[in-house]
Design a binder for this molecule. Structure first.
Ligand code: ATP
Ligand code: LTN
Length: 328
């Protein structure tokens, strides 16, 4: 049994990339009887401007989605980051051992800082340190993340080791678990880049809340190629990506799906794929809506989760405060 932890930003739309890359793996790990921790990182979300009303709505939506996907709040500690103050407290302490140079090398920061010049916020720069605090606070052993978060995890490991060397063994050095299946669903309009909610066009992604018509339209216009053969060939990014999505939503191997479309064109394939996506989304959407209609229940779940997380965090912080010499 391992302590497994991951977190997602409550930043609005969740797409099928987020679902298969981040949420569904957590559901599987929960069923394997691990000690799971999952939270919505609202203090990471505010590293870029957020409208307060939107942020609140997105928090409800994020939690409703995890529950709809099968996260069981009895088995997984499910909460909201800002409710456990120890995250920001530990981030401050880690700030005092983190180096400017190592943060300046973070590619996510460099990407997000583009065009901001001197006005880039300290929060955006410090994002990876808060993430390290999220992880180290709970004696986390395994962190399932997408490929894009590998560098942040490396920093968390470095900070754990540096702290341990300076103040004595305190933190577990966490291992990343980079997903293989579903790790990278690509954009429908540009299959060379990952599906992303911050893409310039809505055509890039299938949101978990897209209605039938939207799904049909987006799949119809998804980029393929002129070969007209449905085959899982990595070199043909567009069709490869659509086949992966087909496989994920139906749970059938791509090799089997290929056979069904031998001698048929992309038209039939796309029509069926849209249908399969809609069949897959319908029950999830119903459940999300059900949870959102009962905010009181969501609040109770989050209260209970925060209480459990806080108990663990407080234990850890007692040790940390003592190690650095602030407890008298
Ligand atoms: P943005 O596109 O705005 O950077 P995002 O869609 O990447 O946002 P995040 O909140 O950064 O979403 O990531 C949430 C989780 O979803 C992370 O674990 C990330 O690795 C995973 N994820 C994001 N996009 C994909 C994708 N296209 N395929 C698989 N997993 C993804
Ligand atoms: N940066 C992560 C979100 C995140 C996270 C974490 C992931 C914040 N804290 C701790 C794993 C563990 C992202 O997916 N964008």
């Amino acid at each position: 049994m391992s302590r497994i932890l991951t977190a997602l930003q409550p930043s609005g739309i969740l797409h099928i990339g987020n679902y298969f890359g981040a949420i569904e793996p957590m559901v599987r790990l929960q069923e394997e009887g691990n000690e799971n921790i999952l939270f919505a990182v609202d203090y990471h979300a505010i590293t870029v401007p957020q409208d307060p009303g939107d942020l609140r709505a997105n928090l409800y939506y994020a939690i409703a989605t995890y529950l709809a996907a099968g996260i069981d709040p009895e088995k997984t500690i499910l909460f909201q980051q800002s409710r456990v103050r120890e995250h920001t407290e530990l981030a401050w302490i880690l700030n005092c051992i983190a180096h400017m140079g190592e943060l300046e090398r973070m590619t996510q920061f460099k990407d997000k800082a583009v065009g901001k010049g001197e006005a880039v916020t300290v929060g955006l720069f410090d994002y990876p340190v808060l993430m390290a605090a999220d992880i180290l606070l709970y004696d986390t052993e395994v962190v399932p993340v997408g490929e894009d978060q590998k560098q942040h995890l490396e920093l968390a490991r470095d900070l754990a080791e540096r702290f341990n060397n300076r103040f004595g063994d305190t933190f577990i050095v966490p291992e990343p678990r980079i997903r293989t299946q579903g790790a990278r669903i690509m954009g429908l309009d540009d299959p060379t880049k990952k599906m992303s909610k911050s893409a310039s066009s809505e055509r890039n992604y299938i949101s978990l809340m897209d209605d039938e018509k939207k799904v049909i339209k987006k799949i119809k216009t998804a980029v393929t190629d002129s070969e007209g053969i449905v085959k899982a060939d990595r070199a043909r990014e567009g069709i490869f990506n659509l086949l992966s999505i087909y496989s994920l939503v139906t749970g059938r191997p791509a090799s089997e799906i290929e056979v069904d479309y031998e001698g048929k064109g992309y038209g039939d394939f796309k029509k069926d794929l849209a249908g399969e996506i809609n069949t897959f989304l319908a029950p999830i959407q119903d459940k999300i809506t059900e949870y959102l209609d009962d905010k009181q229940q969501l609040i109770e779940i989050l209260d209970a989760g925060a209480e459990r997380a806080q108990a663990l965090a407080e234990e850890k912080m007692k040790v940390v405060r003592d190690r650095i010499g602030v407890t008298l």
